[in-house]
Design a protein around this ligand. Structure first.
Ligand SMILES: NC(=O)c1ccc[n+]([C@@H]2O[C@H](COP(=O)([O-])OP(=O)(O)OC[C@H]3O[C@@H](n4cnc5c(N)ncnc54)[C@H](OP(=O)(O)O)[C@@H]3O)[C@@H](O)[C@H]2O)c1
Length: 244
């Protein structure tokens, strides 16, 4: 299988690249940090059919689309590249908000605008979104990140209805906390935090099983579902306690 993984230079993307590094798979690993990608490439070459790196800022849409046009047909794309803005209660500066949406949301469509017609031509292909449990509830300190991931959920759902009957699979993964550079910045307690390898293994299993909507860990997801069922005033009380 030919697999494109964005955000492959660290964290979940790097761990997923290792999970998919088998003799059946050709890997295309995309991120900005060339040194990290080259190191990973060297490590995975003996394990995979082939490993190619694409050094690219996904927010540079023109260059990204050029790279996608140059790419040979892939069978699966894992849209994993993403950023958070940390956890501030201040008003988000507009350009930071825009940057986050460029990376977390718009870059995915920039990629799919090029790859989807190729998938449609062969009537096969798998699109994997790495959303987040944070898409299901929005905290005062992470509203921009949460909203970007909720946008992904809506986009993934619509894509699925449209393209599933045409042979294209759409998988949406909603992880809780997984150890990575992104979560290393968090100063607060992260419930049910998973190590990177365990997180990647769970994600791979869900991808391989074509899970359409896959929130995990289940215990964290259940708590979120319960929280969302509370009346507004109680939710507000819980949030007040958390952000005292
Ligand atoms: N860790 C968690 O708890 C968690 C939970 C739910 C969802 N997620 C999602 O999982 C995905 C991976 O995050 P992670 O936790 O593994 O964090 P990470 O270690 O910070 O990885 C982020 C990856 O995205 C790449 N990236 C960021 N900005 C980019 C840009 N402009 N152009 C190209 N690549 C870019 C980074 O590579 P370069 O810096 O080299 O470009 C890196 O490879 C994100 O979408 C995140 O929102 C994470």
């Amino acid at each position: 299988m030919k697999i494109l993984i964005t955000g492959a230079s660290s964290g979940i993307g790097e761990a997923l690249s290792k999970e998919y590094a088998t003799k059946e798979n050709k890997l295309y690993l995309l991120a900005r940090r060339e040194d990290r990608l080259k190191k990973l490439q060297d490590e995975l070459i003996p394990l995979a059919k082939s490993v190619h790196i694409i050094v690219c800022d996904v927010a540079n849409f023109e260059y990204l689309q050029q790279k996608m046009r140059e790419l040979e047909d892939v069978d699966m794309v894992i849209l994993n590249a993403g950023i958070s803005l940390g956890h501030s209660l201040e008003i988000t500066p507009f350009m930071e908000f825009k940057r986050l949406y460029d990376v977390n949301v718009l870059s995915n469509h920039a990629i799919l605008e090029i790859l989807l017609p190729k998938f449609l031509e062969k009537r096969s292909g798998k699109i994997v979104f790495i959303s987040s449990l944070a898409s299901l509830f929005s905290m005062p300190s992470s509203k921009v990140y949460s909203s970007s991931k909720r946008a992904l959920n809506a986009y993934a759902e619509g894509l699925r209805y449209k393209y599933e009957p045409m042979g294209i699979k759409v998988v949406n993964i909603l992880p809780g906390f997984i150890k990575s550079e992104l979560t290393d910045k968090n100063k607060f307690y992260m419930p049910f935090l998973l190590d990177t390898i365990s997180g990647a293994k769970i994600i791979k299993r869900a991808i391989d099983r074509d899970k359409k909507f896959y929130p995990f860990p289940t215990r964290f997801y259940t708590l979120i579902v319960i929280f969302k069922m509370l009346p507004s005033f109680l939710k507000q009380k819980v949030i007040k306690l958390m952000f005292r």
